[in-house]
Each structure stands twice: as structure tokens, then as C-alpha cells.
Write a protein that binds this ligand. Structure first.
Ligand SMILES: Cc1cc2nc3c(=O)[nH]c(=O)nc-3n(C[C@H](O)[C@H](O)[C@H](O)COP(=O)(O)O)c2cc1C
Length: 340
């Protein structure tokens, strides 16, 4: 634990709530957008704030070419940030119109409206990816419908999997994915570049995968580098993931009918809505994308999920109940702001 880390995480989440009824505080909306999840916590977004509009643009300097060669995760992350802003605007009494520009920037325009449902927004500062064991309890029966509705969008549906045999087959694919990824020096190097080994490193960069959030001990970077061949191994990760999956009652696969920028953005939006809905219900989630990131495994994942022709699973989560983990950190909004 680090008091400085926890204080920084709490400070970043204490964002003045955009009040309903008045003018929209677009800076507050964009700051809430920065709390969205992103692959490796790269926060691959830039914001332009204009007249009653926010543009969320891709920051291609934050690509992860090894794990995400086609930038699919990057655009899903962008969709997560955009959806976060949509939900916060709804809570502040504003409807959002969304346009995807060539190149994948997302333009959000706001107008005051009545009768919007802003319920999900309350979960924005509390949502997190919880890379821990859950407590094994099944998801409450009444939640299935709400999660499915939140995770459905245009050309995207969410497959919620509780069947033990299917979960077991997917667990085998996660293990195979870990072996492929952690046997690749380029994957290991890219991952390590985004790992923040100490509270000081995490606070200084405001991004990346902090050892605190992942439940790992904080050690100096030189020591972690030395220990990597022992601690960052396929067998250790396979063991960790199989422990995590043994305590996981439900998996969620986001299934799309195309594999391009608009589909990736829509998946990000659906994922963030499901994550916020789950958070409100006390349900935690974490990612197990190995069978998607390792392309050769995709047909096996599709078979395990029983997908139809043309359907593909492009994001995979585990869902369950359990304790909260320390929050991950974010960069300041000013570092992501660009002139209109
Ligand atoms: C598109 C996308 C892909 C992700 N893939 C993984 C993954 O494969 N493994 C993982 O542990 N976390 C994954 N994450 C979760 C991020 O690491 C997490 O969102 C980030 O570290 C910020 O933490 P937070 O979500 O708790 O705020 C992914 C997130 C997104 C949006």
C-alpha cells in the first residue's frame, strides 16, 4: 500500500459533477472521460473542447503495435471514453449526438433534453478492472437481463456465459494465449514498458499498469527487470489466470458483425455501459483477451461460443463479486487537450 498513491487516485476521481439544468461543464465531462478503461492504461485519446462539443481523437503515439497491431483495442478504448462522456452528459440533462470522423475521431455534440436516464453515470468514478480472484458466488439471476441490455449496441451483442464446460474451454484458450504471448520477447518488452513498478513511477507517469492495481508487490524497476525471467513467465500467468477463472461465475464476450473502426468504437461503448451497470450492481470485471489478441485462437473461441456465420468475438471479460482493488491512475486532462 502507498498513502501517496491512494491519495492521488482519490484526488483524480473527485471531479465536480456536471450539474443538471445549467450550462454543461465540458472540462468536467472530459475529465470524467479520462476515467474510462483503456488497453494497458495507455489512455490513447486527445480531447478538443469546442462550443457545446467535445471531440475524442485517437492519440497514435500511444499505440501498442505488438499486442494491438490493427489498433482495435485503441479504438475500443476511445469508444469507452466517448460513452463515459455520453453517460455523464445524460446525468447533467444533455443528450449527445455522436459522429465518427474519417480516421476514427469521435465528435460529441450536446443539447439540453428532458427525461434522460443518467443512472449509469454515478458509477464512473467507482468502475475499475479488478485483476483479482472473485468470491465464486454466481451472478444474481435478475442481473443477467440488465447486463445484456447494457452491453448491446448497433451490430454488437454480448454473449454471457455461465455454462461450466464453455467456461472451461475458454479457460484453455486463455492458457494457450498466455503461452503464445509470454513466449514472444516483443510482447514481453511492450508489456514491461507499460508496467509501473512503484507508486512513484505510477504517480509520475499517470498511466500504465501499476503494480498496486494488479496486486503485485512494489519493487524498484531495476529489480523487477532482473526478476522478469522468473516472475513474468507463461506458467506463472497460466496459474494466475486459472485461479482467477476458477472463482469466476460468468464470462462476457462482445460479439460484432464487422471488424473495423466503427465496430471497435461501438464495442467500447457497449463494454463501458456494461461495466458501469455491473459496477452499480456490485459486480466486478476483468479482461481475458488472450484468445482474441492471439489471432490463431480466434476460430477456437468462436467455436466455443457457438457464434453464427460472420460473427466475431472481439472483447472478453470475466464477471463476478469480490473486493475492490486500488484504482489505476490517469494523466491530467491538460496533457490530453488540443486546440479545436
Ligand atoms: C480495449 C481494452 C482491452 C483491454 N485488455 C486487457 C487485457 O487483455 N488484460 C487486462 O488485464 N486488462 C485489459 N484491459 C483493462 C485495462 O488494463 C484497464 O482498463 C486499465 O489498466 C485502466 O484500469 P481501470 O480500468 O481499472 O481504470 C483492457 C481495457 C480495454 C479498454
Amino acid at each position: 500500500m502507498s498513502a501517496a498513491y491512494d491519495a492521488e487516485a482519490a484526488r483524480q476521481r473527485a471531479i465536480p459533477w456536471p450539474a443538471a439544468g445549467g450550462a454543461l461543464d465540458l472540462r468536467a465531462l472530459a475529465r470524467l472521460g479520462t476515467l474510462a478503461p483503456s488497453s494497458h492504461n495507455t489512455q490513447p485519446w486527445l480531447f478538443r473542447i469546442g462550443d457545446e462539443m467535445i471531440q475524442v481523437a485517437p492519440d497514435l503515439t500511444r499505440r501498442c503495435p505488438v499486442v494491438d497491431p490493427d489498433d482495435a483495442h485503441l479504438f475500443k478504448s476511445l469508444g469507452c471514453a466517448a460513452e463515459t462522456i455520453v453517460q455523464a452528459a445524460a446525468a447533467a440533462g444533455h443528450a449527445t449526438a455522436m459522429r465518427i470522423e474519417p480516421g476514427g475521431s469521435i465528435t460529441l455534440s450536446f443539447r439540453a433534453a428532458e427525461g434522460l436516464d443518467g443512472t449509469l453515470a454515478a458509477a464512473i468514478p467507482q468502475r475499475q478492472c479488478t485483476r483479482r480472484c472473485f468470491d465464486g458466488r454466481p451472478i444474481a439471476p435478475g442481473q443477467r437481463k440488465a447486463l445484456a441490455a447494457a452491453g448491446t449496441g448497433e451490430g454488437v451483442r454480448v454473449a454471457l456465459v455461465e455454462d461450466a464446460a464453455v467456461r472451461g474451454a475458454i479457460g484453455d484458450l486463455v492458457a494457450a494465449g498466455n503461452r503464445a504471448q509470454l513466449g514472444d520477447p516483443a510482447f514481453r518488452a511492450e508489456l514491461f514498458a507499460w508496467v509501473r513498478c512503484t507508486a512513484g513511477e505510477a504517480i509520475a507517469t499517470g498511466d500504465g499498469l501499476s503494480s498496486f492495481a494488479a496486486g503485485q508487490p512494489a519493487l524498484p524497476r531495476w529489480l523487477v527487470r532482473l526478476l522478469l525471467p522468473v516472475v513474468l513467465t507463461a506458467s506463472a500467468q497460466v496459474a494466475r489466470d486459472s485461479e482467477h477463472l476458477a472463482t469466476t461465475p460468468m464470462l462476457a464476450a462482445f460479439v460484432a458483425v464487422s471488424d473495423d473502426i466503427p465496430a471497435w468504437i461501438e464495442i467500447g461503448r457497449c463494454y463501458q455501459r456494461l461495466a458501469l451497470r455491473a459496477t452499480l450492481a456490485g459486480i466486478r470485471h476483468a479482461h481475458i483477451n488472450q484468445p482474441i489478441e492471439v489471432r490463431d485462437l480466434r476460430p477456437h473461441l468462436h467455436a466455443a461460443l457457438g457464434l453464427g456465420p460472420g460473427e466475431q468475438a472481439l472483447l472478453l471479460l470475466r464477471l463476478g463479486y469480490g473486493a475492490a482493488a486500488p484504482f489505476s491512475l490517469r494523466r491530467p486532462l491538460d496533457a490530453m487537450l488540443r486546440p479545436v
